[in-house]
Each structure stands twice: as structure tokens, then as C-alpha cells.
Design a protein around this ligand. Structure first.
Ligand SMILES: Nc1ncnc2c1ncn2[C@@H]1O[C@H](COP(=O)(O)OP(=O)(O)O)[C@@H](O)[C@H]1O
Ligand SMILES: [Mg+2]
Length: 254
């Protein structure tokens, strides 16, 4: 962050900030001339700007604590001293190349560890639960409905929304062939979740409903199941758990 902030300051009228990474081996000539420690392989973080750059005298002092060329109140002179400390603590090196008017490139070399990766054994973090079905999302609160719609749409689903049970019933009667799942808030004006479940049972006993409710006390999960819901997710929900429940219910047999 400090490197990026300095790059911004060096380009007051705009410019290009480039952040990239590379691998380097110690036998790479440039790396070898810069490195003092023992590691064979390095990861390099390269931060470049095409700003005003700096001359040799400035460059010689940039890592000194409190060295700044910025006007009082703007610079503290601590950014690069902090970067230097962090890089050294990790057994790395930082280099700077710059010319007045030519921009600046910082390279942070970090030794690559020799530990074996545990990537294969760890559970994948973001196993996606995606789908292309159409879902009817029923919630009386606009922000909750918008968020749910966004999450589902990003996972591939087509989303139809309704603000209460009554509206949802009307939509369902019209678009029943399209809708594979109904996601239902429990407490809503006009018609709440419980009454909706009772009504939908007469219209289509096979309709799949996932109840999403902030009301988790008093065995709401059990009550919703007694009323024919296929699942229950408490609000506020964990996105992954939510998408998992959606996918599971869609994949259930009738
Ligand atoms: N990307 C850059 N381009 C030009 N000069 C830079 C750049 N990064 C750092 N400098 C110079 O190094 C000095 C010290 O930077 P830093 O330690 O972050 O303190 P500060 O940003 O508070 O001045 C800056 O005042 C500036 O002269
Ligand atoms: Mg700074």
C-alpha cells in the first residue's frame, strides 16, 4: 500500500501504476547482484509508476525514517522505512530504480519457502454451487431482496422477485412452469411465510420452498418443515451455506 501511495503522489496529474509479480532464481543476474541472503528462489513484487521519478541524492535516502521530500503535512517519511522493515523481517530485499522524469520501479524480493503445499489436501475454499434454474425470491425488505437476487444471479440463476406471499402466489400461478424453487421470507406483511406454505400446498404440493428467516428461536426450522418447506436458512446467512441449500433442494428428487 505504501508503494502504491507513493506512486500516486508521484503522478499528481494521473499516470500508470503497474503491480505485477514474477519468479526469479538466484542465478538470474539482476537478482544475484541485489541479494544478500541464501535462498535459491525468489518471488518478486514489482511496483512501477511513470511519475516524476527521483534523482540519485533522493534515492540514497528514501529508506531512512522521516526522510521526505514532500511538503509539511503531506509526507511523514515513514512509508518506505516501514516497507523496508517488513521486507527485511521476511528475509527479503527491496530495490529501487528511478530517474527524474522517467518514473520509478520498486522490486520486492521475497525468498520462496521450501515447505510442501497443502493445497491438495485442504478442502477447496470456494467450491461453487451454481445453477441455471429460475428462482422466485420472496422478501418484503428491499435491500435483503436485492442482495439475495444479486447473489443468485451471480451464481447463474434467473431470479423473479415478490415483496410478500400474496404477490408471490400470483406470480407462481402464472409462471409455475418456469419456477424451480421458491425462497421465502417468514415474516412479511400481507401474507407471511406460514400462510404462503398453506396456500401453495393446495396449488402445487410439489412446489419446492426454502425458508429464509431471521427468526430462529422457537424451532422455526422445524415449524417450516412441518408446513412443507424443504429447507431452512437463518438470516443473516453465510452466502456459501445459502447457495449450498439452494443447490441441494434443486437437486432433490420429488
Ligand atoms: N514512486 C516514487 N516516485 C518518486 N519518488 C518517490 C517514490 N516513492 C518514494 N519516493 C521518494 O521517497 C520519499 C520517502 O517516501 P516515504 O518513506 O513513503 O515517505 P513520504 O511518502 O511520507 O514522503 C518521498 O518523499 C519521495 O521523495
Ligand atoms: Mg509514502
Amino acid at each position: 500500500m505504501n508503494l502504491a501511495v507513493n506512486a500516486r503522489d508521484a503522478m499528481p496529474n494521473g499516470g500508470v501504476l503497474t503491480i505485477r509479480t514474477e519468479n526469479a532464481a538466484r542465478d538470474d543476474a539482476y537478482a544475484n547482484s541485489q541479494l544478500q541472503d541464501e535462498a535459491e528462489n525468489y518471488a518478486i513484487l514489482i511496483v512501477s509508476d511513470n511519475g516524476h521519478g527521483m534523482g540519485k541524492e533522493t534515492q540514497d535516502r528514501i529508506f531512512e525514517p522521516f526522510f521526505t521530500t514532500k511538503e509539511a503535512g503531506k509526507g511523514t517519511g515513514l512509508g518506505l522505512a516501514t516497507v523496508y522493515g517488513i521486507v527485511k523481517q521476511h528475509g527479503g530485499t527491496i530495490t529501487c530504480e528511478s530517474q527524474p522524469g522517467e518514473g520509478t520501479t520498486f522490486r520486492v524480493y521475497l525468498p520462496v519457502g521450501e515447505m510442501e503445499s497443502d493445497r491438495d489436501t485442504a478442502t477447496p475454499l470456494a467450491q461453487p454451487f451454481l445453477g441455471t434454474e429460475t428462482i422466485l425470491l420472496v422478501d418484503d425488505e428491499d435491500p435483503v431482496r436485492d442482495l439475495g437476487k444479486k447473489i443468485l444471479a451471480q451464481s447463474g440463476y434467473t431470479v423473479i422477485t415478490a415483496a410478500n406471499g400474496k404477490e408471490a402466489l400470483e406470480i407462481y400461478q402464472e409462471k409455475r412452469e418456469l419456477v424451480s424453487l421458491i425462497i421465502l421470507d417468514w415474516i412479511m406483511p400481507e401474507m407471511g411465510g406460514k400462510q404462503f406454505l398453506e396456500e401453495i400446498r393446495d396449488i402445487d404440493p410439489k412446489a419446492r420452498v426454502l425458508v429464509v428467516s431471521g427468526l430462529q428461536s422457537g424451532g422455526t426450522a422445524a415449524i417450516t418443515r412441518e408446513h412443507g418447506a424443504r429447507g431452512f436458512v437463518g438470516k443473516p446467512y453465510n452466502v456459501r451455506e445459502f447457495l449450498k441449500s439452494v443447490r441441494e433442494i434443486l437437486d432433490e428428487d420429488d
